[in-house]
Design a protein around this ligand. Structure first.
Ligand SMILES: Cc1cc2nc3c(=O)[nH]c(=O)nc-3n(C[C@H](O)[C@H](O)[C@H](O)COP(=O)(O)OP(=O)(O)OC[C@H]3O[C@@H](n4cnc5c(N)ncnc54)[C@H](O)[C@@H]3O)c2cc1C
Ligand code: SF4
Ligand code: SF4
Ligand code: SF4
Length: 470
């Protein structure tokens, strides 16, 4: 993290305030590559002139623009006061676990206690169980979540942000939708409640934390008075900002269905989105955790289609994910829930990793466990540590910030190129495993090396727009 003096911060802010005077045109410089698709700008615009394009997953100007610059200034990808966010909201320090996962007050593996929620969750339903509990017990009145647009399709991956105002309405949000969901475009609608929560990916949490900083930090409040008033209103009701973990996300999944020649309604598995029936059949068949991270689609009639994940990436790549500085987990959420690191044995399926940053939330989760609303067990630590560390040394040595995804080519041509199958990269010998947190860490290193570092380098080389992080 770069630390800067107050004067430098002052200069950074003044520079961005000057840029913001171009109004929506300033925001378009961000959206050319760096947009995270969080939807916040939709809630910020005082004229209600911004909509969200569901196919391109980018904001669109649909009305008048008075060049107030609020959309640009609030956007987490214009400038990001990360050091202030880290100081105020958990951040990380100390041990490798803290640096990797954030300053958690609890870290464990869990799954929903309710059979109904477990059946629908991806994979363990912990998020749905937690949100349901927080509503049922009156900790919050409403929750901003993401459901599938087509309720009759088991794994509908067309995301639709919505507000649940009763515990029953929470069920619709279960399972992962592998498309950008502009969750924060609905932040305004939460303001009519007193105590709320939202569930997003780590970029939503980052955008929300920046908004909180905009009204909490004296310098920002003074320099951006109008925006800080909007920020205060939009964030006032949110008691919990919850994250699901995220490696990368996609534009429109329909392109993937076309490529794979499958219909969404027939899908019983799309990677970790898998019906529990099929998952248990796979375990009985002798398959292990590697089956659950394999890139494949299974349809109702039993057809299995393995696919090349990089080819899918090229079809659906969302450029803003390549500049995402959250390494899978959200260190700044009140809790971050994923599936990497959740296996405590080679024959494990259906659990989540959970890191809790907010001590008040930990107390509530402890009650859930006592009431059997959540099953809990310790995370697996140090399983395959030497192998993980060796692979990391090799990765660092062999791949110094390579433009793996071909960002330079994209900037010149507007097209992504196919970097070649990863199947050529041989995994460790059968019987040699990296499991639990070690696998999580390896995925983080891989993500940083293969997607993030090289992308920043390529953007810098081309003189293209890059987020100011300070
Ligand atoms: C695109 C994507 C990539 C992911 N990559 C990883 C990864 O690499 N490693 C990892 O450990 N975990 C990853 N996850 C998280 C994982 O798939 C589960 O969402 C997470 O483990 C929570 O599981 P659960 O059983 O508790 O969730 P459930 O109980 O099934 O609840 C799902 C929750 O996710 C929210 N949600 C679903 N789709 C979206 C979306 N597109 N945007 C915002 N919110 C959404 C819903 O509102 C709901 O609250 C990813 C999720 C997504 C959507
Ligand atoms: S927030 Fe302001 S600058 Fe942005 S589109 Fe709306 S009116 Fe224009
Ligand atoms: S990152 Fe979020 S706030 Fe910024 S342009 Fe994209 S959708 Fe809007
Ligand atoms: S990779 Fe980052 S930017 Fe992309 S959806 Fe996930 S958290 Fe958001």
């Amino acid at each position: 993290m770069i630390t800067r003096t107050k004067e430098k911060e002052d200069l950074i802010l003044d520079r961005h305030i000057a840029l913001s005077r171009d109004g929506f045109e300033a925001l378009q410089k961000v959206t050319a590559f760096c947009c995270a698709g969080c939807g916040l700008c939709v809630s910020i615009c005082p004229l209600g002139s911004i909509a969200f394009d569901e196919i391109k997953k980018r904001p669109l100007l649909t009305g008048e623009c008075n060049r107030c610059g609020y959309c640009y200034l609030a956007c987490p990808r214009s400038f990001l006061p990360l050091s202030k966010i880290e100081k105020t909201y958990f951040g990380s320090n100390g041990s490798e676990e803290f640096k990797r996962l954030g300053a958690f007050c609890d870290l464990f593996v869990a799954r929903a206690g309710s059979k109904e929620i477990y059946r629908e969750g991806t994979p363990g339903g912990t998020t749905t169980a937690l949100v349901h509990y927080l509503m049922e017990k009156g900790y919050v009145e409403a929750a901003l979540l993401t459901r599938g647009k087509h309720p009759d399709i088991r794994f509908c991956m067309h995301p639709e942000p919505y507000i649940a105002s009763s515990p029953q309405e929470v069920f619709a949000s279960a399972h992962s939708k592998f498309e950008i969901s502009p969750v924060l475009s609905h932040l305004g609608a939460l303001s009519r409640y007193k105590r709320t929560l939202f569930v997003g990916t780590p970029c939503h949490i980052m955008a929300f934390r920046k908004l909180q900083i905009i009204y909490q930090d004296e310098m920002m409040r003074t320099k951006m008075k109008g925006l800080s008033e909007i920020a205060e209103k939009l964030t006032a009701s949110v008691t919990y900002a919850l994250s699901i973990n995220c490696f990368l996300n996609h534009t429109n999944m329909d392109k993937a269905y076309e490529w794979l020649k499958v219909q969404e309604k027939d899908i019983v598995r799309f990677n970790e989105n898998v019906t529990k029936k099929l998952a248990h059949e796979a375990l009985e068949d002798g398959k292990d955790w590697r089956w659950f991270i394999q890139n494949s689609v299974v349809t109702r009639d039993g057809q299995v289609k393995d696919y090349d994940v990089l080819q899918l990436g090229v079809l659906l790549l969302y450029s803003g994910c390549l500049v995402c500085n959250n390494m899978i987990v959200s260190k700044h959420a009140d809790a971050s829930i994923g599936f990497f690191g959740a296996e405590t044995g080679v024959k494990e399926f259906g659990w989540n990793t959970v890191s809790i940053m907010d001590p008040a939330l930990k107390e509530i989760v402890d009650k859930m466990v006592a009431e059997k609303k959540l099953e809990q067990k310790p995370v697996l630590r140090n399983y395959g540590r030497v192998l993980r560390k060796t692979l990391e040394v090799l990765m660092r040595g062999l791949m110094p910030a390579k433009d793996f995804m071909g960002v330079s080519h994209y900037l010149q041509t507007g097209e992504w190129y196919y970097p070649g199958t990863m199947k050529k990269i041989k995994g460790p010998r059968r019987g040699t495993y990296i499991l639990g947190l070690e696998l999580f860490y390896l995925a983080q290193t891989f993500r940083k090396k293969m997607f993030y570092d090289g992308t920043l380098k390529a953007l810098g080389k081309a003189g293209a727009y890059r987020t100011t992080v300070y």
